[in-house]
Design a protein around this ligand. Structure first.
Ligand SMILES: Cc1cc2nc3c(=O)[nH]c(=O)nc-3n(C[C@H](O)[C@H](O)[C@H](O)COP(=O)(O)O)c2cc1C
Length: 57
């Protein structure tokens, strides 16, 4: 799976843009798959990474 490498790249890119992110693996898989219109078998959500500007920067 490429998820770990993609996750690392999102962290690096967020840092370079002075943004924050965090890996979240505990979420309602079925609901997220439904929102993304993927079947959870051939394609499935593995991680959520919210991105935002840091409050104190
Ligand atoms: C693959 C992966 C999945 C993670 N999933 C969660 C999660 O579901 N909930 C959570 O609180 N932290 C999760 N973490 C840890 C967070 O990314 C983060 O390190 C942790 O919440 C501590 O953040 P803090 O130092 O800002 O408090 C996960 C980390 C990884 C690498």
């Amino acid at each position: 799976m490429e998820a770990g490498a993609i996750c690392e790249n999102i962290y690096l890119e967020a840092t370079s843009l002075d943004m924050g992110t965090v890996a979240v693996g505990a979420f309602n898989d079925a609901l997220v798959n439904e929102i993304l219109e993927i079947d959870g078998r051939s394609e499935a959500a593995l991680l959520i990474m919210p991105l935002g500007y840091l409050k104190d920067k």
